[in-house]
Design a binder for this molecule. Structure first.
Ligand SMILES: *[C@@H]1O[C@H](CO)[C@@H](O)[C@H](O)[C@H]1NC(C)=O
Ligand SMILES: *[C@@H]1O[C@H](CO)[C@@H](O)[C@H](O)[C@H]1NC(C)=O
Ligand SMILES: *[C@@H]1O[C@H](CO)[C@@H](O)[C@H](O)[C@H]1NC(C)=O
Ligand SMILES: *[C@@H]1O[C@H](CO)[C@@H](O)[C@H](O)[C@H]1NC(C)=O
Ligand SMILES: *[C@@H]1O[C@H](CO)[C@@H](O)[C@H](O)[C@H]1NC(C)=O
Ligand SMILES: [Zn+2]
Length: 498
């Protein structure tokens, strides 16, 4: 027995030596990758480390529970099935109270949730048409805008309802994509986008009524501020606003309404840093209409340079015109600052996928989504070299049928490569998400590495200011202001209060 042990001792010894080297190399590789990731090569001060310990303890609890009980792991399911659970998460609560910088990718008519629209339907002079989808219009007289049905006074319809509570609950369903059985209701991207486009048609008449347009954006800014966001860049199709007497304005007036609202908001809330506009009309147009959009963008850029951030084209990317069709015109308009949606698709090697190539070649300052980017190594290199911000919207990609389980979202690759990522929320009102915190939470817990910590969150917040369209010296001030609020957050942090 003893001889046997003696005989294997040398082998054990060699093995252990080998193990040391192996483990050393292994440790180096693991640490290298952590340092290469977004925020990974920064250090936290003592106070930040206290926050981080608390944050990570809760993150590990949530994730490790999910690892052991994958059937109960909320973030692997549809967002609609767990959105009401998020508020219970301590990680979420910490993220909510943390300064998050800016929101750089959000659309004009989908920021506030459905209850807001139900309230708007109580306003005077509102007509409703129960077509598919339902439409609304404010007017002194019966509207003459198209509708497949009859225009009726909303007040009369509600008065005739047997049960107003039920009537309003049914009405509310038209203002949200949220439902109880999303996997049945939305089997593919076709159904989600059909419902999503119906949503925009339904809220259009409620919001493009001039007084509502201004109030809605004012209230949206309030929500951003309450979610600890300091600055916003809003994409808008700039609908033609109208009045009760049938007056319809041009798009410049809509831009002016934004400017007026932002100024009023900044007067009421001087701690907010501001908002800018990205003119983002439909990509499903011909060259002539695109020309008129470019003229409008030029006009706004010239007359309202503080408001204007840039230009984009929107709509379901697989169905709209690819950028390549517009390249000659867009090459003549590079002065407009492009922020193109590109690569919001699962179809590898298609024209939609190649929108990423054109976005890069056309000199985009940032790219909306860039969901397909991980399949394009040369484009990733361009994105790094040209420092093009990638606006990632995880919940949007999940709700709009690009990815079912967010652990498979390509954001994790972007983060591991420290691509210039900013997190945003796209259309949070349409799926009843927070202005930004839900997206941050899901990206942090569900997409990023288990080991990614407070340095990632801080890095993402700083990126949102760095890649904003603020002017250089304004940006420096914004980052200084962010750091001061971050320090306040860190200095007043108490793990027990979460
Ligand atoms: C981390 O930052 C240091 C100092 O800026 C730099 O020399 C180093 O290459 C960085 N490491 C990684 C992995 O990015
Ligand atoms: C996940 O959802 C379940 C209910 O579906 C809930 O009990 C649980 O607290 C949630 N977990 C987290 C971490 O949110
Ligand atoms: C809707 O109106 C009610 C009653 O005025 C108000 O309490 C509620 O906050 C409003 N909801 C929204 C989302 O604005
Ligand atoms: C009206 O509808 C609501 C919601 O469905 C329901 O809870 C309530 O009992 C109904 N009221 C009456 C009087 O039927
Ligand atoms: C609709 O009515 C407005 C006035 O309310 C009028 O200016 C416009 O020409 C009308 N449009 C059509 C198509 O009849
Ligand atoms: Zn978008």
């Amino acid at each position: 027995m003893r001889s046997v042990i003696l005989a294997i001792l040398p082998i054990l010894f060699i093995h252990a030596k080998c193990d040391d080297k192996y483990h050393e190399k292994r440790k180096q590789l693991v640490e290298l990758e952590l340092r290469m990731a977004l925020g990974g090569n920064t250090t936290l001060n003592d106070k930040e480390n206290i926050v981080n310990n608390c944050l990570m303890q809760h993150k590990f609890n949530e994730l490790d529970y999910g690892f052991d009980n994958p059937d109960h792991y909320n973030l692997s399911h549809h967002f609609f099935n767990y959105r009401n659970q998020i508020q219970k998460s301590k990680v979420y609560k910490i993220i909510q109270s943390m300064p998050k910088g800016a929101v750089l990718h959000v659309h004009d008519m989908a920021i506030i949730g459905p209850d807001y629209f139900v309230n708007l339907t109580y306003m005077d002079h509102l007509y409703v048409c129960f077509g598919k989808p339902i439409k609304f219009w404010f007017s002194y007289t019966v509207p003459n805008t198209t509708c497949d049905g009859d225009w009726k006074l909303m007040k009369d319809v509600r008065k005739a309802a047997a049960n107003v509570t039920q009537f309003d609950a049914d009405l509310r369903k038209h203002f949200t994509l949220v439902c109880d059985n999303p996997d049945v209701v939305y089997p593919s991207i076709k159904e989600t986008w059909t419902t999503f486009m119906g949503y925009f048609t339904s809220v259009y008449g409620l919001l493009s009524f001039r007084p509502n347009w201004e109030q809605y954006f004012y209230d949206a800014l309030k929500l951003f501020r309450a979610d600890n966001i300091m600055y916003v860049e809003v994409r808008s199709i700039l609908p033609n606003l109208y009045e009760l007497d049938g007056t319809v304005y041009d798009k410049i007036i809509t831009a002016k309404a934004y400017r007026k609202t932002i100024n009023k908001f900044l007067k009421d809330y001087p701690d907010f840093l501001g908002a800018k506009l990205i003119f983002a009309p439909s990509r499903k147009v011909d060259a002539k209409v695109l020309d008129s959009y470019i003229q409008t963008a030029r006009h706004i850029k010239r007359d309202m340079p503080d408001l204007y951030a840039g230009f984009d084209l929107v709509g379901q990317e697989d169905l709209g015109n690819p950028l390549i069709e517009f390249v000659p015109q867009l090459l003549q308009a590079k002065d407009l600052n492009f922020f193109f949606h590109a690569g919001e698709t699962n179809w590898y090697g298609t024209l939609t996928d190649e929108n990423l190539v054109d976005a890069v070649l056309l000199g985009a300052k940032r790219i909306g989504h860039g969901y397909a980017l991980a399949k394009h190594p040369a484009l990733m290199r361009e994105v790094i070299e040209k420092d093009i911000g990638i606006e990632v919207n995880v919940l949007s990609n999940a709700v709009l049928s690009l990815v079912k389980d967010v652990r498979n979202h390509p954001l994790n690759i972007f983060l591991s490569l420290d691509l210039p990522v900013v997190l945003s929320s796209d259309d949070p009102g349409a799926w009843e998400a927070d202005p930004l915190s839900d997206d941050f939470y899901v990206a942090f817990v569900g997409v990023a590495s288990r080991l990614a910590d407070l340095r990632l969150l801080k890095g993402l917040a700083l990126n949102s200011l760095k890649y904003s369209a603020m002017k250089a010296e304004r940006k420096v001030r914004a980052i200084r202001e962010f750091n001061s609020r971050w320090n306040d957050f860190v200095n007043h942090f108490d793990c027990k209060s979460y």
